[in-house]
Write a protein that binds this ligand. Sequence first.
Ligand SMILES: [Zn+2]
Length: 399
Amino acid sequence: MTSDLLIRNARPLGGEPVDLLIRGGRFSAAAGAAPAETIDAAGCIALPGLVEAHTHLDKTLIGMDWFENRIGPTRNERILADRKAKRERDMNAHRQSARQVLQTLHYGVLHIRSHVDVDTEIGLANIEGVLETRAALRDLVDVQVVAFPQSGMLPRDGTFDLMDAAMAAGADIVGGIDPATIERDPVRHLDAIFALADKYAKPVDIHLHEPGDLGAFCLDLIVERTRALALQGRVMVSHAYCLGMLEPARQRTLIEALAAERISVMTVGSPAAPALPLRLMRECGLIVASGSDGIQGTWEPWGNGDMLERAKYLAQRNGMTNDADLAETARICTFGGAEGLGLAGYGLAEGDFGDLVLVPARTLAEAVALTPQRRTVIRRGRILVREGVPAQASIFDPG
Ligand SMILES: [Zn+2]
């Protein structure tokens, strides 16, 4: 659904005020007949739709009873507890994913990449549920579905075949997970998921929490396979904590190698993990995206999915306080994410999709630091949220 819309007095990326015209769902320079609707942005900053480059839509407990978390600190304990909670609670992946998508749409998140569990216990149920949400909400938000072997692929017989089936069922991206510490065989794991990506001509997105030299070794293998299969621009590494743990020369060499293959890195700026060298990554031309990871689930009880707030967390984690650095974190949560997700027609230029969020702030730094809530969210020229209030209540009723 598209609408023609004229937005007066908006400031693209915090620049000088301009009028933005959306015709046929795209930004247009053509004057012609007056559009049906005109709004006054009153000097708000215009950003293209915020990009959530990494979340788990099938894991959120939004709208459900409070989950009392008694889970131990290791990743394995959390994986097991998450599976147990899914069995014992009424976890419906379609309903829960729709709730999160609609909650974050309020903030202006118009593009989401979600990892979705595939394992021998739940089979494809979560994939099917999130694919249903993707279809039901396609006029509001773009959702990319990653087939994600959360519980491990090689150690659990049958998981690889389920991953294959998930791709055949319509998943957009092949997921991977800690090739050494969970899979215990980095070469075999990476060969398998890159072969699946090649078979379906789809991108790859790998959760890589592995530390130091072990993580760096896995990144080397990822670089090799990206080059061999000519997957430049289609591989993302999520977390990549090791980049924040290496000695400077090795760190730079690895970042340059990733940048050369246009492999993007997603970081959430977690306070519990090593900070990534954002300045060096930018200097080397590495594509950097960000995401919320799980919100309000068994893994972590908090999070609201607001990607401007995420930009603030990135700045905090990296000790950034000056305006240019804060503006850079906003760029990561918009253009960086768009590049990492391979979005076409993203931006505020003529011909781009008419998707934007109007933020009442004087500068990008202020938008990141204060995360104003009275935002206006527009997709393809259609106003979804007006100054923080749903334009039509029915849009936000997940049913
Ligand atoms: Zn994740």
